[in-house]
Design a binder for this molecule. Structure first.
Ligand SMILES: [Zn+2]
Length: 259
């Protein structure tokens, strides 16, 4: 069994393909952590989990791309109320985080809004002992610095793309990092993986992202995860079975679930 640690199954890109995607998850023995962007996708994640059972591990959160500097308070209130009302069915908080590619200036209203939303989401995760799935594009240091004020039970810096130094800091604090299909064709990612604590690494697709090289610019499907796990095993000189067992143990600890 494999766990896709970060995928957006409720993205519109997968509309009309639900049966195919879920069929693939079933036949390949993959469980998927389906993260949300906003209230609407968080609601649909719960519907998916209800329909397909334990294959879907539903998360709820407000993505920094969905945070605008004006009027975000109502959006934030909406997702917070939803999470509180459904906390028993929600397995984690995400996707949440910071993105300096869309708000680079720390003093801008946009960045301040991202921080406010991120801190609120972390507060909910801490209160309910839920794991978090974090977006940290060009903001790894900011994210790590904010996290130090919270006691979160499982932290994942998904699609890790920081430096080796930032990786060492993150792993040193017990944070998980995940790698996706880029690991299959990027030497830089393979080098980063070799420097990663083996007990603190997960794999993901981040679907519906499209991947180049051998993936021919196609939307990520569950089948891509087997390629990532294979590249993971090769990079670390593990046989596939040992790699799968290692990844499953890591996913179970991160999620606090008996998988
Ligand atoms: Zn994502």
């Amino acid at each position: 069994m494999l766990v896709d640690a970060h995928v957006h199954l409720t993205d519109r890109e997968y509309d009309g393909m639900e049966d195919v995607v879920v069929g693939m998850l079933r036949s390949m023995d993959i469980r998927a952590v389906s993260v949300s962007m906003d209230l609407e996708t968080a609601e649909r994640n719960l519907v998916l989990a209800e329909k397909y059972g334990h294959i879907i591990i539903p998360f709820a959160g407000l993505h920094p791309w969905c945070v605008t500097s004006d009027g975000y308070a109502d959006t934030l209130d909406g997702i917070c109320s939803f999470i509180e009302a459904n906390i028993a069915r929600i397995k984690g908080i995400g996707e949440i985080g910071l993105d300096r590619a869309i708000a680079s200036d720390s003093s801008s209203d946009g960045f301040k809004a991202q921080v406010r939303v991120f801190e609120t989401m972390l507060g909910i995760a801490e209160k309910h002992s839920k794991p978090v799935s974090i977006h940290s594009r060009r903001a790894v240091d900011d994210v790590i610095s904010i996290l130090t004020s919270y006691n979160i039970r499982g932290v994942l810096l998904h699609w890790f793309s920081g430096s080796k130094k930032q990786l060492a800091t993150a792993n040193g604090r017990g944070y998980y990092v995940s790698y996706g299909p880029v690991l299959v064709y990027s030497k830089d990612k393979q080098v980063l993986l070799r420097h990663t604590d083996r007990e603190l690494v997960l794999v993901e697709t981040d679907g519906p992202v499209r991947y180049g090289s051998c993936f021919s610019d196609r939307t990520a499907m569950p089948s891509f995860l087997a390629s990532v796990a294979y590249a993971f095993a090769n990079t670390l000189d593990l046989n596939y079975g040992d790699a799968e067992a290692l990844l499953l143990g890591n996913a179970g600890r991160y999620l606090g679930l008996n998988l």
